[in-house]
Design a protein around this ligand. Sequence first.
Ligand SMILES: [Mg+2]
Length: 224
Amino acid sequence: MRNAEITTSLFNQPEWQNIQALIFDMDDTLYTSPELKGAYRQAACNLIAEVKGIDRLETEDLYHRTRSVIAARCGYTPSNKLILRELGIAWEIWQNQIIRTIDPGSFIRQDPELVTTLSILSSRYRLGLLTNNNRVHTDRILEILGVGPFFQAILTVSETGKTKPDRTLCSTMACLLDVLPEKCLVIGDEDGIDLIPARATGMKTYHVRHVSDVHRLRELFPAG
Ligand SMILES: [Mg+2]
């Protein structure tokens, strides 16, 4: 059954019609850019090479081996932050590196359809954003996409020092939006990072495989 068919049947169930807040992931949910993702990975490898004093091939090998070890241990694809932490590189150093060297504006552009979708949804629901990205890049990406003002609460790794799948983040966001967890719908692309911890806190979830799945939400919810 297609994603849209599954969610249409779910949204017709009574408990789904009590939803009051939508909590979005950002990267690979509100936009997709393999190029920006590649730039983050390259920046991580550059930092590993610099700190460890190893060449490009050794760095690539170390990066992939470390990612595989963490994935096997945790059951989800780890963020660059977790890979670097495993290698003894502090989060602050990593964040300074990407803020200094990467401009998301070189990779993504405004999405008028996303603006329309979030405008419609924000007229009916409280919207929150929960991302593992840092505050500087989050603000920049939301500004480029043109959707920042639609979110009533934004939580990034910069404020919390925590990254998804830390379950406390979902509860914290529900408190910020002043909505009970069971009345929140979490919308994200990664099962292990976005959706499993959300369900563990009693929230409903919606899996995004492409940004078009986000646009579909405005048709799935009943008219306000
Ligand atoms: Mg994501």
